[in-house]
Design a protein around this ligand. Structure first.
Ligand code: CIZ
Ligand code: SF4
Length: 319
């Protein structure tokens, strides 16, 4: 209502005054995604967020997403101020891969090339040879496999196993998972598919095998959004965070979207696959951080200098 409009106007004024720009992930609240687009910011997956942050000439990047996305922005842009609505927004993959234990795992397997998912801390990235996002994991691992390299993969075991199955590469997996995608259930999805036989099934590869195996398209958030736009189907069953529906509705308003079930009984679920950390981003704490600047990403320079190498390698490979 009127309060929300006034809040948005105050945020717009603060952004303009501070030469600040919003960089939002597809999984955050639709209000934040809309505001980013209305103010010259950007809504994207984590790979494109990193690119946009580097190309923007704003002095301050306000990253609406989770911690590792803010860290990547800072690693690539040390001269920019990087703020987030809250630094408490982490990720189960990041939390499940502590730097010391990860480093010991790498030390125990020195013959392997270390490939880490973007959903990791700056310290873990600093210990890696390559950083990948889900949109580029397959081609990077194919490239390494073709060169005869053996791989150590962290942290998401489902994505790692999917990449292993698709490429045939020798991959040693860290035991991590996304709390959101791991909840999708194969048996329940099968029942929903029977109710909607013409629907295409879109699955993010952080999901378990039994869900991935039922997919018509397995892909990153951006790839799943493109599928909704480009496929002839009118109905889609979508297994990823519900935040993505905002962009899918915007780009394909006449398509019917069904949330893949996270419950075992086979009921569809309209609102349960949602990342608790993405949900911490809101208009209120966004306004607050633009006033206080107290939720700022800072990274030790020695770690930043090491972490930027595998991230830049990914960006150069993607070009
Ligand atoms: O689940 C996530 O955090 C995703 C999909 C990140 C990304 O690559 O955009
Ligand atoms: Fe991490 Fe999963 Fe949340 Fe993405 S959806 S930020 S992988 S916990």
């Amino acid at each position: 209502g009127a309060d929300k409009a006034a809040l948005k106007d105050r945020i717009k004024a603060l952004l303009a005054e501070q030469n600040a720009v919003l960089v939002a992930h597809y999984y955050v609240d639709g209000d934040l995604q809309a505001l980013a687009e209305e103010t010259g910011g950007y809504v994207a997956d984590s790979l494109e967020m990193a690119r946009f942050g580097s190309e923007s000439d704003a002095e301050t990047l306000v990253v609406c997403g989770v911690r590792f996305m803010g860290e990547t922005a800072k690693i690539l842009n040390p001269e920019k101020r990087v703020l987030m609505p809250t630094l408490k927004a982490t990720c189960s993959l990041d939390e499940g891969c502590p730097p010391d234990a990860f480093s010991a795992f790498c030390d125990a397997h020195p013959e392997r090339t270390v490939v880490v998912y973007a959903n990791t801390s700056a310290e873990v990235k600093a210990r890696s040879d390559w950083v990948v996002t889900s949109s580029i994991a397959l081609p990077v691992v194919e490239h390494l496999h073709a060169q005869g390299e053996k791989i150590l993969w962290a942290p998401d075991k489902h994505l790692g196993h999917y990449v292993q199955r698709m490429t045939g590469a020798d991959i040693l997996l860290w035991d991590g998972a996304c709390v959101v995608h791991e909840e999708f259930k194969g048996f329940a999805l099968d029942r929903v598919r029977r109710l909607h036989p013409d629907a295409a099934v879109l699955v993010h590869p952080e999901s378990p095998d039994e869900v991935v195996d039922q997919a018509d398209v397995v892909g990153s958030t951006t790839q799943l959004i493109k599928a909704v736009q480009n496929m002839a189907n009118q109905e889609f069953i979508v297994a990823t965070d519900e935040g993505i529906f905002w962009k899918m509705h915007q780009l394909a308003p006449d398509k019917h979207l069904i949330a893949a079930p996270t419950a075992g009984e086979g009921a569809t679920c309209e609102s349960c696959a949602h990342c608790p950390w993405m949900a911490m981003n809101a208009l209120q704490n966004l306004e607050q951080v633009l006033r206080s600047h107290d939720q700022e990403i800072l990274i030790d320079e020695p770690i930043r200098r090491r972490a930027v190498v595998p991230i830049q390698r990914m960006l150069d490979f993607a070009r």
